[in-house]
Design a protein around this ligand. Sequence first.
Ligand code: GAR
Length: 215
Amino acid sequence: MRIPCWTMREKSRIAVLASGRGSNFEALARACLDCDYPAAVVVLITDNPEAGAVSIADSFNIEHVAVDCGPKKGSMSPESSEKITAVCAAHKIDVVCLAGFMRIVKGALMAAYRGRMLNIHPALLPSFRGLDAQRQALEFGVRWSGCTVHFVDEGVDSGAIILQRIVPVRSDDTVESLSERILREEHVAYPEAVRFYATGRLRVEGRRVIIREGV
Ligand code: GAR
């Protein structure tokens, strides 16, 4: 028997926050085209109106909103945090996905979406947090790297880990070649993690995220 596909009403409503190219946003938007996928991207919020993610949103017919997050690199002003929270509330957002959003989330947004906000990072956390993770991994000399999808907390790339995918680091790798290999895994990991979240299969016990077996 075929299980009926998810109706729009039942799907988890996603807001994606992105600052740049937007390939992870695109991977999520593409996954959401499948009527059996349990989530839908309803809005892109960006701190950079020039971001590549904006034209991707247009091509998927997804609404986009630009919010000025203030002049301080890597940080968001309290006003912008409130504004983003208001946009999420207006769109009845269930889950916020950070996808290359290059600011630390704090204030109203953190308070409103604690436990309902995910991030993807291009390293095997807890190694190589913060900026230039792929360069950090290469310079450290690790043999394996990868990506991590995790819940967002107040720290930098420090929340509970949902899933990770690994890639080998080759002797002739450059930052570019390693980043590209990791990115391919990111595009698999993020939709998969959102599926787990949206189907209610994740339970957090301290730092551990338990994934219940299921469809
Ligand atoms: C991705 O590699 C993502 O993991 C990384 O930024 C890139 C965004 O690419 N995020 C971080 O480093 C956050 N700490 P995209 O715009 O093509 O999705």
